[in-house]
Ligand binder design. Structure first.
Ligand SMILES: [Zn+2]
Length: 511
């Protein structure tokens, strides 16, 4: 009997583990966060012809748990509340009857899940591609699946029942781009699950960490076929507004999987791709207003308002700004952000041979730490020039203090060759919509860019060994120079001492 129980427990444990492994992609599906940022407003019409104005205001300073300041104007009455973006709870303010914010919910809440609104339990009664409906049998509220924002329903404010109907907003719904071209986090998750299933023999998908609002930062790893001598690391979506970099990173994974048997270099090279390093930023880029001055900073940065590419610990205090409102706010200290820690860990714990950091905003290849780059010859004559020939982009003097590429090359113990590819930029679109400044509007444009990027990756793969050897030789010669300098210094000291002693001897002799 005892034996049978143990066997049963073992079987259950094994099953649970397999199940857990398969389901790992779904772990973050149910979240209590909300993807709203300062600068957004939503106007509702009430059933008696009134106007119910909701404004989402500036969070005043950097906060470990990001907050949103909400103001409601209704019938000449004003209420405000400070809410946590992580779990929708009231932190301060006069909206005391709303312990949990009812106007914005998590899009990942699933059918049969429940949430607390107006001190009562609401169940998700319907969820489709456009809306999420919740009800407590008396009241019903309908939310947008695209944003998580309330579309219409009955709310209770100060004991009064008010029916709200969405009227207008300054949000810009980029539904077509995200339906037809670019993946959001949920779509990426589903795509990776599919790829993992189809290519389970050659692809590993795992979460390397979580974003501020709880989204998994997915990693795709294609291990070397025989022996791992090199690792190529690629990341996209470090700036949430630059979703072309997410698309490019994901497509590179897909193309490598398809061409797997024809890529000779995969015998000894492992590929690691992080398609979306800043999922919270990507999520809001779907609908933040079009004015760049107002909104760009929130989609570019993480949910705590930190520019991830200014938070690394290499010359951190010289990069970005200390101004929280700025689009390049570097954080209050280096390496405070979980997304940064996730990337840093991979760069530190794995023996990465080459690191490619994907961005957009211009068409260029940026050489990291240009002014102090000790391997500039190698970059100018081979790495950047070869990449430029394929991409057709100019090579520029790069270098971002507090950026990941500079840190990889010079900030960590062992230098990792790194480069930034800026995939696309169209300044003429900035007045229309910042999104189109950073990302092409048409699929064929995206395909052209991603195609070129893929061939650039193949070029990098075929040169990894020789670049690695040049880096070693360069390091050896740097080391040799150091040894020679030290020897000269020692010799000088030795000669000086000998001369001094001789002089003393001569002097003593003469007196
Ligand atoms: Zn960028």
């Amino acid at each position: 009997m005892m034996k049978r129980n143990i066997t049963l427990i073992l079987i259950l444990l094994i099953l649970f583990n397999i199940f857990e492994g398969k389901l790992s992609i779904e772990k973050s599906d149910k979240m209590s966060n909300m993807d709203v940022r300062a600068g957004i407003y939503v106007v509702y019409a009430t059933s008696n012809g009134g106007i119910f104005n909701v404004t989402y205001n500036q969070m005043s300073t950097y906060s470990f748990d990001p907050e949103i300041n909400v103001t409601i104007d209704f019938n000449g009455m004003r209420r405000w509340g400070l809410y946590s973006l992580k779990n929708r709870t009231l932190l301060a303010g006069t909206l005391k009857s709303w312990r949990y914010f009812p106007l914005w919910i998590s899009k990942y809440i699933g059918e049969n899940d429940s949430l607390i609104l107006f001190n009562s339990e609401f169940k998700v009664v319907a969820k489709n591609s456009e809306t999420i409906t919740v009800s407590n049998e008396t009241l019903t509220l309908i939310y947008s699946r695209f944003t998580g924002s309330l579309i219409n329903g009955d709310i209770i404010l100060d004991g009064k029942l008010i029916h709200l109907q969405f009227n207008r907003t300054n949000m810009k719904f980029r539904i077509r781009y995200f339906n037809e071209i670019y993946p959001d986090w949920e779509n990426l998750t589903l795509t990776l699950r599919q790829l993992n299933y189809t290519y389970h023999k050659i692809l590993r998908v795992y979460s390397a960490g979580k974003s501020i609002l709880g989204r998994d930062v997915w990693v795709c790893e294609i291990p070397a076929r025989r022996r791992e001598a090199n690792i190529l690391l690629i990341d996209g979506g470090m700036h949430g507004s630059e979703v072309i970099s997410v698309k490019a990173a994901l497509t590179i994974v897909r193309r490598i999987l398809v061409d797997y048997n024809n890529i000779r270099e995969l015998e000894n090279t492992t590929i690691i791709v992080i398609p979306m390093l800043n999922p919270d930023g990507v999520e809001v880029s779907k609908y933040l207003p079009a004015q760049p001055s107002l909104m760009l900073r929130y989609s570019r940065k993480n949910a705590r308002g930190v520019d991830l590419n200014r938070n690394f610990n290499y010359e951190w205090e010289k990069g970005g700004t200390s101004n929280y409102d700025s689009s390049t706010f570097r954080g209050i200290k280096p390496e405070t952000e979980p997304e940064v820690k996730t990337l840093k860990q991979i760069l530190e714990n794995r023996n990465i041979t080459f690191y490619i950091n994907l961005h957009s905003g211009i068409n260029a290849i940026l050489i990291p730490a240009y002014n102090v780059n000790p391997y500039l010859d190698l970059y100018l004559s081979k790495i950047a020039r070869g990449m430029s020939n394929i991409l057709g982009y100019e090579v520029r003097k790069g270098g971002v203090y507090g950026g990941s590429a500079d840190w990889a090359l010079l900030g960590k113990d062992k230098a990792t060759l790194s480069i930034i590819i800026e995939l696309y930029g169209d300044k003429s679109k900035i007045s229309e919509d910042w999104f189109l400044f950073y990302n092409p509007a048409e699929a064929y444009q995206v395909n052209e860019i991603v195609d070129k990027t893929y061939y650039t990756i193949l070029y990098v793969l075929s040169n990894l060994n020789s670049w690695k050897n040049e880096l070693k030789a360069e390091n050896r010669s740097i080391l040799n120079i150091q040894v020679i300098m030290a020897s000269i210094a020692m010799l000088t000291i030795f000669i000086s001492i000998t001369l001094y002693i001789c002089k003393r001897k001569i002097q003593t002799g003469s007196s």
